[in-house]
Design a protein around this ligand. Structure first.
Ligand code: G2I
Length: 450
């Protein structure tokens, strides 16, 4: 089944999903003082890693749905989970997360396509040519399934060695395909989903050091040769042995200056109380100081399910209480305690508005491409919804940079990755329609924002 068919058919059966999305939009318009809405006020997303197995826990889901605007499947999109035997893909757990996120109007980060860890056992024994084929098929399988639904993909993860050498890490890909495997993965990824931002993601690259220098040199080389790369992910797993570096902001900025976005992708900081809160503040302030730092993701909702649970590194404790670090992050984002106090007329969400404008961008005898540009009003918005009514004969075969649900010939479109907009900023979604005998233009209804 093609991706488009999957999206549209899922949307067609998703009355419940649409209802949930409306509830979520209404909810977030009232509650501006959450991590996601405060970050949206800064034109950023605020995400978390999510495990499909916890979505049935009501406190987990309630905290997730209330606070976050983006999710990263913690393990469910990894190679061992999605292609356990060659050529047979399983998306059940990852789909649960993506469906949940979309029903709540959240964006999704894809993690991760090519990584030395969590590889199924069939990959390592392959010879070079076979491994290259398998790597590209894996990228195409994942990105094809989620085409148009993922705002950023970690295309290659952790390909550099730790320590002082700046060398590549030994892995089946590195050892058999050589340095060129990373570039090949990015080229394959660009072709598979041209709308997704393509990231290189790593840890211990948060400050300036031999490892981050090596990644920097690679990104610089990619940009100079036109290898498609859009973003660099800084995992940002911190503790007393690996504290928030004093040159964190400077390091993010130097990557941004190469012409890529930067994202904080797996943030957690072991500790507690005000010391942990202060460290979180440093990280958020660093991201906000770099205009190309487009968002932050913490590596889990609650301390009790963290990969480092003993270090209590997250924003909510095991009972889903907000920790001091939570208040510090919210305040640094301009939420409660800062300019975004409840009732402040300047709060993001309070006066949220948007406009939608339609243009036909391509035309041929049997069809056309339409584009709808969404522009935020005088306040930043965290999400938007636009309706497009098609002439009865026409049908839409594909849609990009948006997530449609259908009612008859009325298409309601919500963001796929492009929900948050700064005041006055624009994004657009596009679609291909078959005319089926009618060349009339569709009608775009009101745009609503939260
Ligand atoms: O190690 C922390 C992160 C470092 N960067 C890449 C991330 O993908 C990585 O995430 C962690 C997950 O948080 C863990 O949940 O990756 C680990 C594996 O490398 C994940 O742990 C694994 C356990 O090792 C497995 O035993 C378990 O079956 O989680 C699996 C699923 O629960």
């Amino acid at each position: 089944m093609s991706m488009i068919v999957r999206r549209l058919s899922r949307a067609a059966t998703a009355g419940l999903v649409a209802a949930a999305a409306l509830t979520a939009a209404a909810h977030s318009a009232e509650a501006a003082d959450t991590l996601g809405s405060a970050a949206a006020g800064q034109g950023r997303y605020f995400g978390t890693a999510v495990a499909a197995s916890h979505l049935g826990e009501s406190d987990y889901a309630a905290t997730l749905d209330r606070e976050f605007s983006s999710v990263t499947p913690e393990n469910e999109m990894k190679w061992d989970a999605t292609e356990p035997s060659r050529g047979s893909f399983t998306f059940t757990s990852a789909d649960r997360i993506v469906d949940h996120a979309q029903s709540q109007g959240m964006d999704v980060r894809g993690h991760t396509l090519v990584w030395h860890s969590q590889l199924p056992s069939w990959v390592s024994p392959l010879g070079a040519q076979d491994l290259r084929t398998a790597m590209n098929a894996h990228i195409n399988g994942l990105m094809g399934h989620y085409k148009g639904e993922i705002h950023s993909w970690d295309v290659v993860n952790e390909a550099f060695q730790d320590g002082g050498s700046g060398a590549r890490r030994s892995s089946p890909f590195q050892d058999k395909l050589g340095d060129g495997f990373i570039e090949e993965a990015f080229r394959t990824a660009r072709a598979a989903d041209p709308a997704a931002k393509l990231c290189y993601n790593d840890y211990n690259t948060d400050g300036v050091n031999a490892k981050s220098n090596a990644v920097y040199d690679m990104v610089k080389d990619f940009k100079s040769r036109g290898v498609p790369i859009d973003c660099v992910g800084f995992q940002s797993h911190f503790n007393s042995n690996s504290p928030v570096p004093s040159d964190y902001r400077h390091n993010l900025q130097r990557f941004a200056d190469l012409g890529v976005d930067v994202q904080i992708t797996e943030l957690d900081i072991e500790g507690s109380g005000s010391a942990q809160a202060a460290d979180y503040t440093k990280v958020v302030e660093a991201c906000l100081a770099v205009s190309r730092c487009t968002g932050m993701t913490v590596w889990g909702v609650t301390d009790k399910y963290s990969w480092r649970s003993g270090g209590t590194p997250l924003l909510f404790d095991g009972d889903y209480n907000e920790k001091p670090a939570y208040g510090a992050v919210l305040s640094a984002l301009g939420g409660s305690g800062g300019p975004g106090d409840p009732g402040d007329p300047g709060d993001p969400g309070d006066g949220a508005s948007c406009t939608a404008m339609y243009t036909r961008t391509a035309d041929w005898s049997s069809g056309y491409n339409g584009q709808v540009t969404i522009t935020a009003g005088a306040e930043p918005i965290s999400s938007w919804t636009a309706t497009v009514t098609l002439p009865a004969q026409q049908s839409v075969s594909s849609l990009w940079n948006g997530t449609p649900t259908w009612s008859g010939n009325v298409m309601t479109v919500r963001p796929s990755w492009n929900g948050p907009l700064a005041a006055g900023a624009s994004t657009s979604f596009g679609f291909t329609a078959a005319k089926n005998g009618s060349d009339a233009a569709p009608t775009v209804g009101t745009c609503t924002a939260s």
